[in-house]
Write a protein that binds this ligand. Sequence first.
Ligand code: RBF
Length: 162
Amino acid sequence: MSTQNLSRYNDVPDATGMKIGIVVAEWNSEVTSVMKEGAIQTLKEHGVKDGDIILRHVPGSFELTAGAQMMAGYTSVDAIISIGCVIRGETPHFDYICQGVTAGLTQVSINFEIPVIFGVLTTNNLQQALDRAGGKHGNKGVEAAVTAIKMVALKRDFQQNG
Ligand code: RBF
């Protein structure tokens, strides 16, 4: 499994004026809440105003698609960060949820022409998830926020310069 840690980052564009939606799954909330806090703090550090962060929760990672679709449809966010944690159990549910949310979020991104960032941990056990939510492999919520900022900046670059 990749252990790349992008939580120490540089060259992040100025995010002043960006409006960012965050959709967080409540399943495994000890993991997703840490990722959410990391994402919010990172957005603010780079210039996103409190009032320009729109936060909503959904029950589980499978609902991230519907949550992101609603966020895109009912708000004017520049990007959506989806945050979830799916832990492999004994059932095939893991694969169904992971496949469903991956395809679903991609579809929302295409439908609405906005970046939808995949901040969904898919791990074999809880420890691997905790390692990536403020543990030894950083905080994937922080990385998701940086990715969102970079993608909004990329879109603005295309809009202004072609
Ligand atoms: N949601 C998660 O976000 N992470 C999980 O690890 C997770 N495991 C699940 C395991 C089973 C057996 C079931 C039935 C659901 C699980 N869910 C999980 C919830 C899922 O994303 C969704 O909320 C529900 O299936 C209702 O649509």
